[in-house]
Design a protein around this ligand. Structure first.
Ligand code: PBE
Length: 300
């Protein structure tokens, strides 16, 4: 009887010790997290370094601030200014939180991580679609066919982006990529006839991803005899231009989440030609040396 009681007492005692230990280590780690964020938050002045206000990733970051009740503001600038701020922070091993996306050369150049997004403010897997103006199919069937067949991979795009980031001229990088990838390009042009100087206009935003894709498809169209004009605009005007027919197409529609508002605003006013790239993603990105893993770790 006494023996049995001892057994029970020692099991209970061990459990208490174990639970206390687990409890302590849990509260300690969340305290540490809070401590880490207080330091990070102050160091980054409670700012998420963003890009242009029209970008879906900036709007998603603003949604995240609300969803997670963060004491942060999203600072808008440009893709170039954001990656410069990232480079500066990494050079000094300082914290920074940016509005990131993939594919992107920054993941090849630096050691970075996405913050987990348990509330899904940034959506899930994305693809990049080609969008044509209504009537392009009838007016320019060959160009329409090429745009419709345009398809490449995240690796392809990243290779182009990386070279451009390293300072090579985008037109030269595009020419080299097309020369090296005739198998892919010939699939895009399959069944399309060459034309003689027909004019075609594409719009894009100065996002590194879109600079790469628009130059590649632009050159592929040029090689099929088109006189191609690439116009750089902001995100809102880009969508408005293809919906009004001011430009013939864009290859920069991030769906289903990032540009959801744009595509629903112009429903019926544009033709969605489907994905030209699968496996894209947006989110908050930080250098791997930062001791946080989730957007929730930014909550004070
Ligand atoms: N991006 C790159 C864009 C789409 C392409 C992720 C910066 C955005 O609207 O957020």
């Amino acid at each position: 009887m006494i023996k049995k009681n001892w057994k029970i007492i020692s099991v209970v005692a061990i459990s208490i010790v174990a639970l206390t230990f687990v409890g302590c280590s849990n509260s300690k780690s969340s305290e540490e997290k809070k401590g880490a964020d207080a330091t990070y938050g102050e160091k980054v002045k409670y700012k998420i370094t963003g890009i242009d206000a029209g970008a879906g990733v900036v709007q998603a970051a603003e949604k995240a601030v609300k969803d997670y009740k963060l004491d942060y503001t999203v600072q808008t600038s440009s893709g170039g200014a954001m990656t410069q701020a990232l480079a500066d922070a990494i050079k000094n091993k300082e914290p920074i939180i940016i509005t990131g996306w993939s594919p992107h050369w920054m993941f090849s150049k630096y050691d970075l991580k996405y913050l987990d997004d348990p509330k899904g403010s940034f959506g899930g897997n994305e693809h990049i679609n080609t969008i044509a103006r209504n009537g392009l199919k009838e007016d320019m069937p060959n160009a329409h066919k090429i745009l419709d067949q345009f398809l490449w991979t995240a690796d392809d795009m990243e290779a182009v982006m990386l070279k451009v980031n390293e300072g090579e001229n985008v037109k030269e990088v595009a020419r080299q990529w097309i020369t090296d990838n005739t198998d892919k390009v010939s699939k895009w042009t399959e069944g399309a006839k060459k034309v003689d100087g027909e004019e075609i206009k594409l719009a894009y935003v100065a996002w590194d991803t879109e600079i790469a894709s628009t130059n590649i498809i632009g050159l592929a169209l040029e090689d099929m005899g088109y006189k191609v004009t690439l116009t750089q605009v902001d995100a809102g005007p880009m969508w408005a231009a293809v919906a009004s027919g001011d430009v013939d197409a864009i290859v920069a529609a991030w769906l289903p989440g990032t540009h959801a508002k744009y595509i629903s605003d112009y429903e019926g006013k544009v033709e969605d030609l489907g994905p030209n790239l699968e496996g894209a993603k947006i989110g908050l990105v930080v250098p791997s040396y930062m001791d946080i893993n989730s957007i929730e770790d930014l909550v004070k």
